[in-house]
Design a protein. Structure first.
Length: 54
């Protein structure tokens, strides 16, 4: 599956910001894994900042 390059950059930037993983490691994640990690990071972030609008 291919999807828009801007979307890929958005996903990579989000994970890099929160996880501080190396760029190459983030690129190696397949789309399904990357979106699963994004969802979990978002869930944790919302749990740690209740009432914030994200």
């Amino acid at each position: 599956m291919r999807y828009a390059v801007p979307t890929l950059w958005e996903e990579i930037a989000y994970l890099a910001y929160y996880l501080h993983w190396p760029f190459a490691e983030l690129l190696d994640l397949d789309h399904r894994s990357r979106t699963a990690v994004i969802a979990e990071v978002g869930r944790i972030h919302r749990a740690l900042a209740p009432g914030a609008s994200f």
